[in-house]
Design a binder for this molecule. Structure first.
Ligand code: HAM
Length: 432
């Protein structure tokens, strides 16, 4: 029988790497708390229509990459429903914002999430079919200040703080404005017109994009196409005065806060909901998939999925890519810390008493590894030496006298310790 493996594009995360994942998530939660964000957890699957309307029917994500199925009716009264594993979380958060009438409070909603997303992409380093995002969204009625450029700058400043606290150095913030829907339509026309005379010099993909979706030409990575793409009009020239003023205010606030950025006219992003500010943070160590995170403003998303006007801005960090970046900077993962004691029962008759002792010590906050009375003492010593600072030997004699034999592996000293003094003894730092 062939052995079963994790499905292509998915993977198991094992210790000690999971320690790093937990550390990243704890740091993110601590930063989000300081900026007064609360956690939201939305379902892993949603009605397919949410993504078709929210992310956009024409995007790569919706047209090619979603895990979608027809969910069978369970009863005659139930209809089948098209469901999709979430490929991103912004649409789900905005759906929840509408469903729970969070806008009624008149306050800005500041929500963060940590969890898996699913896209049927071609797997490679830093690109998986199940991956994890750490994201946040700020959304609310315009009266709560949700359109203010200060929100954009604050979100970007928070990201800079989070990356710094995680110890990620050498990131670059790429920033652009894709303007309003009307600005983008104007730019699309300008781009389409400019592409007509030069499209034949571009790769076959770009020749198709030039007709179907000219904005996507800007994402092209084919080296031979770059000189031509560099001559195309930039979106900044198609922005109306309000979008220009908004973007200028974002840049001014970032300058004041000392957050460095690079303006990138080609950053148009692959999801349809973006308006005005768009951004990505890249890291050189990541190779082809160098976007650590991406985000932007989505002032029309709530209306697109049936809600009231609720402008918003947010981002999602690729957690897998954060981990890759941090791992590349470590020589090797730190060895897992030793537990305080390994309890070695001498014979199976004392197994039960050993469990009771382990329970008591663990309740007192000690980290304990419990051996087994069927092991020879030598085997217990080898196992204990690998995982623990001390070994506690528990035989019939020790049970009868309540005096235990304890060896400290760092000093090599073996001592008799009264049962009552054991917790304190084991908690002491190494004696060597
Ligand atoms: P996105 O750019 O599609 O944006 O994804 C954000 C980040 O998720 C990427 O920069 C990357 O680090 C990570 N990512 C995406 N696909 C994969 C993959 N297949 N494997 C590993 N990592 C991946 C969004 O998802 C938007 N919802 C972000 C947002 C929030 N915009 C506004 N609010």
């Amino acid at each position: 029988m062939s052995t079963l493996k994790a499905v292509r594009g998915t993977r198991d995360l094992l210790p000690p790497e999971t320690e790093l994942w937990n550390r990243i998530e704890a740091t993110a939660r601590s930063v989000f708390a300081r900026y007064n964000f609360g956690e939201i957890r939305t379902p892993l699957f949603e009605d397919t229509t949410l993504f078709a309307r929210g992310v956009g029917e024409e995007t790569d994500i919706v047209s090619k990459e979603m895990y979608t199925w027809e969910d069978r009716a369970r009863a005659q009264s139930e209809k089948t429903q098209s469901l999709t594993l979430r490929p991103e979380n912004t649409a789900g958060v905005v759906r929840a914002y509408i469903e729970h009438q969070l806008g009624e409070s008149g306050q800005l909603q500041k929500l963060y999430y940590i969890g898996p997303q699913f896209r049927r992409e071609r797997p490679q380093k830093g690109r998986y079919r199940q991956f994890s995002q750490i994201g946040a969204e700020v959304i609310g009625p315009p009266s709560a200040g949700s359109e203010s450029p200060l929100r954009d700058a604050e979100v970007l400043e928070m990201l800079a703080t989070l990356l710094d606290e995680l110890g990620i150095s050498g990131w670059t913030l790429h920033l652009n404005s894709v303007g309003s829907a009307a600005d983008r339509a104007r730019y699309n026309d300008a781009l389409r017109a400019a592409l007509v005379p030069v499209a034949s010099q571009l790769c076959p993909d770009c020749q198709r994009r030039a007709v179907v979706n000219p904005l996507r030409v800007l994402d092209c990575k084919v080296p031979a196409d770059q000189p031509v793409i560099e001559t195309l009009p930039v979106i900044a020239d198609s922005l109306d005065p309000a979008s220009r003023a908004h973007f200028a205010a974002v840049l001014a606030a970032l300058d004041a806060a000392g957050v460095p950025y690079t303006r990138n006219h080609r950053l148009v992003r692959g999801l349809d909901y973006y308006t005005r500010t768009t951004f990505e943070f890249t890291h050189g160590g990541l190779g082809a998939q160098n976007a650590l995170l991406g985000g932007g403003r989505y002032d029309g998303l709530s209306e697109a999925i049936g809600g009231t006007h609720a402008p918003g801005i947010g981002f999602a960090i690729g957690e897998d890519r954060l981990v890759l970046t941090l791992l590349a900077n470590l020589d090797r993962m730190a060895a897992p810390p030793l537990v305080d004691a390994y309890i070695a029962p001498l014979g199976e008759s004392v197994n039960a008493a050993a469990l009771a002792l382990a329970r008591d010590l663990r309740h007192q906050g000690l980290r304990i590894e419990l051996g087994d009375g069927s092991f020879r003492l030598k085997k217990s010593f080898v196992a204990g030496n690998k995982s623990a600072r001390h070994i506690v030997i528990l035989g019939e004699d020790e049970l009868a006298t309540s005096i235990l034999t304890v060896k400290d592996f760092s000093s090599g000293v073996q001592t008799k310790v009264p049962r009552a003094e054991l917790p304190e003894w084991l908690a002491r730092p190494d004696r060597s």
